[in-house]
Design a protein around this ligand. Structure first.
Ligand SMILES: NC(=O)c1ccc[n+]([C@@H]2O[C@H](COP(=O)([O-])OP(=O)(O)OC[C@H]3O[C@@H](n4cnc5c(N)ncnc54)[C@H](O)[C@@H]3O)[C@@H](O)[C@H]2O)c1
Length: 337
């Protein structure tokens, strides 16, 4: 069955999401909207779809089944709830919203209307993370004991002023790239029962925005997760998730996409090491840019969104997953600001 989409927000990420449609034969982009009319017009012309001057008109269209919300986070709750109340399924960009209260209202609207609400945690669909999931699930490293994750870049590289405006983002590094880490850590370790942490704002001093957030998480079964999100990684972009088990560990990187597996047949036995290089990703990342793998992750994620709408099981992050990451981020900041 064909799924007809509306897209709100034709900026950087909206443009990459629009590119993904070319690889999704059962998904069709029907209409787009942006506060900057010229952006929406360009996208409308490129993808031969309708342009709505007002996003509210887009979410009311009868020929739209699902809406992608790709605007700054302060607009996510209002746009998502209105789309859900108009009977649309919604894939909302990360962070799901600024606060737990906003996330709760969004999830309630989805439940009330019986619609799918997904959170744009596309890192779940990076080849290294998909491989990590597969290796973990078949027991390659034994029982998972802890997850360690780190994401960092410098706030000097922020491409939007609003990225360090707490009114728009709800917080700092933990709600920016750190929100992907919180999701992946929880995705691998399971539900988080306890949260401790610290957040520091000693370098950039953006009001209400931590430039480093450190979380210590524990699952109900005792799996531990440590997370650090940083805006003071002074050069380049680091993104790494490490899974430790009773018989080995998995290190999964993005940018570049790489995975290292160290494992043994028994606890404390001789350890073998294997590196996964993902040559196709390596080739296109270098030939084009890191955006190539971003678009591929959107293709996988939006395909999963279609499956979820049809009632199938997927690795897609739900609205509840989006809410839980904000709950954890809020708890870290409350515990240790
Ligand atoms: N999944 C990821 O890895 C990832 C990466 C970067 C950003 N994001 C998220 O994607 C979202 C968009 O980020 P971006 O970098 O594309 O930002 P952007 O500023 O480039 O794009 C946002 C667009 O929303 C439009 N907009 C603002 N107010 C609007 C309104 N009232 N009605 C309609 N359009 C409106 C803006 O004009 C702009 O074109 C954010 O939530 C951000 O956190 C996700």
């Amino acid at each position: 069955m064909e799924l007809r989409f509306g897209l709100i927000g034709c900026g950087g990420i909206g443009a990459l999401r629009a590119q993904a449609f070319a690889q999704l034969p059962s998904h069709r982009l029907v209409a787009v909207s942006d506060a900057i009319g010229s952006r929406a017009a360009t996208m409308g012309a490129t993808y031969r779809c309708q342009v709505e001057a007002e996003w509210r008109a887009l979410v009311r269209r009868r020929d739209v089944d699902a809406v992608i919300v790709s605007t700054p986070p302060s607009l996510h709750a209002e746009m998502t709830i209105e789309a859900l109340e108009n009977g649309k399924h919604v894939l909302c960009e990360k962070p799901l919203a600024r606060t737990l209260e906003e996330c709760t209202r969004m999830n309630r609207a989805a439940e009330r209307g019986g619609r799918v609400l997904a959170t744009g945690f596309n890192y779940r669909f990076y080849p290294s993370m998909l491989k990590a999931r597969e290796l973990l699930d078949v027991g390659t490293i034994g029982e998972l004991t802890h997850v360690r994750s780190y994401a960092g870049y410098t706030a000097k590289d922020h491409n939007h002023e609003w990225l360090h405006d707490a009114e728009v983002m709800g917080g700092g590094a933990l709600r920016d790239n750190g929100i992907h880490l919180l999701d992946l850590t929880r995705y691998f370790m399971g539900e988080v029962a306890e949260v401790k942490g610290y957040a520091s704002n000693t370098v950039w001093k953006f009001r209400g925005c931590e430039d480093n957030g450190f979380g210590l998480l524990r699952s109900p079964t005792g799996v531990i997760g440590t997370v650090q999100a940083s805006w003071t990684e002074w050069r380049g972009y680091q993104f790494l998730v490490e899974l430790y088990g009773t018989r080995g560990c998995i290190r999964a990187w993005c940018f570049p996409t790489l995975l290292q597996l160290i494992h043994s047949n028994q606890v404390g036995g001789p350890a073998k090491k294997k590196t996964y290089f993902f040559p196709k990703v390596f080739f296109f990342e270098h030939l084009r840019s890191y955006r190539w793998v971003v678009v591929q992750s959107f293709v996988e994620e939006m395909a999963a969104f279609g499956v979820a709408i049809g009632g199938g099981a997927t690795h897609l992050a739900t609205g509840y997953d989006g809410l839980e990451t904000i709950r954890i981020a809020e708890a870290i900041c409350r515990d240790g600001r």
